[in-house]
Design a protein around this ligand. Structure first.
Ligand code: SAH
Ligand code: SF4
Length: 352
């Protein structure tokens, strides 16, 4: 019989599994704490369990764990982790220190099916969804590393690593519950941001779940015909439908949405692009995060010039749109936005 993997189970699920295996329900809380707070993967070390239960659990349960295969630290302190999953697939996560904050950028899928033309993950295609346990483990292991190496815990989570969270919403939501639970890394939902390329019906579904997590939408162009050429998802869900879903989200949650906007030189940085963006921003409570393009192999864009960046930002600010320019972090180790892809590492390890 295959052992049941406990990592990824919420407390009520763990309680049920305990009861089904003839154990007492209250053991679940003890095991839950060892898994999600202490990060144990072996029942032998669970010292508050009777020795009999420890060996019983070892026979019928297991606790999966990501294997760190590579870690790189940028000049700016940003640290990238490459993990191997149990089936041999690889994913990446990034830790970004910034003042008092320590943000963990986590992956939700191996690759991504949405194929945005400017994104390294998009070029990989989709291999599979991550489980809630695999998502949680990125946070848990990076948190333990950060505590040991920097004396600091993770303060914020962004689902901006590999993958499209909305295409794996059930597991993403489950991982948000695990991450924000009082037992574990205990990071409040208000400090967790889910970023999406704009899967409209899933944005509505998320709104109905009553979480407190924040929503970011990768817009990159407010001109539908232009957006079509860089984000294939826009052909299926036009901008009007996306805006309706966002309005539904902001109304039901009382939160505003953040629009992510990567500026590509002489593509989406003209006055008419800024004007279209302002119009969309006025349709729902929102703010804009400008991201600078990080070059990836095979993408035909260039980073915006300082002059054009300043004009674009000023245009928005003059019209009372809240706008921030996000500093690009970890570029020297290919850890910046949109640069996560594991093909290269796979090829390298195949050679070794
Ligand atoms: N799939 C989700 C989350 C992962 S991508 C999404 O698309 O929102 C996280 C952010 O990085 C998105 O805003 C994405 O558009 C942006 N991004 C992708 N490629 C990039 C690149 N080459 N340079 C800068 N940002 C990029
Ligand atoms: Fe997928 Fe987001 Fe990259 Fe688009 S930008 S390919 S949705 S990960």
């Amino acid at each position: 019989m295959e052992k049941i993997n406990l990592k990824g189970l919420l407390l009520p699920e763990l309680q049920q599994v305990m009861l089904d295996s003839g154990e007492k329900k209250f053991r679940a809380q003890q095991v839950y704490s060892w898994i999600y707070k202490s990060g144990l993967t072996s029942f032998d070390q669970m010292t508050d369990l009777p020795v009999g239960s420890r060996s019983h659990f070892s026979e019928i349960f297991r606790i999966s764990s990501l294997k760190e295969v590579f870690r790189a630290e940028s000049m700016d302190g940003t640290t990238k982790f490459l993990w191997e999953l149990e089936d041999g697939n690889k994913i990446e996560s990034v830790l970004i220190p910034d003042d008092k904050r320590l943000t963990a950028c986590v992956s939700s899928q191996v690759g991504c099916a949405l194929g945005c033309t400017f994104c390294a993950t998009g070029k990989m295609g989709l291999t599979r969804n991550l489980s809630a346990g695999e998502i949680y483990d990125q946070v848990l292991q990076m948190n333990q590393w950060a505590l040991a190496k920097r004396g600091q815990s993770i303060t914020n989570i962004v689902f901006m690593g590999m993958g499209e969270p909305m295409m794996n919403l059930d597991n993403v939501v489950k991982s948000v519950k695990l991450i924000s639970d009082a037992t574990g890394v205990a990071i409040s939902q208000r400090r967790i941001t889910i970023s999406t390329a704009g899967v409209a019906h899933k944005i509505k579904e998320l709104a109905d779940l009553g979480l407190n997590a924040k929503l970011a939408v990768s817009l990159h162009s407010a001109v539908s015909a232009k957006r079509n050429t860089i984000m294939p998802i826009n052909k299926g869900t036009d901008l009007a439908e996306l805006v309706k879903a966002i309005q539904y989200y902001t109304r039901s949650t009382g939160q505003r949405v953040t629009y992510e906007y990567v500026l590509f030189n002489q593509f989406n940085d003209n006055p008419e692009d800024a004007e279209a963006l302002v119009k969309i921003c006025r349709m729902a409570p929102s703010k804009v995060n400008i991201i600078l393009f990080n070059p990836v192999a095979g993408a035909e864009f260039q980073r915006v010039t300082n002059d054009r960046l300043n004009h674009f930002v000023q245009y928005l600010a003059d019209r009372h749109i809240t706008v921030m320019v996000r500093q690009s972090r970890g570029q020297d180790i290919d850890a910046a936005c949109g640069q996560l892809a594991t093909k290269k590492q796979k090829a390298e390890s195949a050679i070794q």
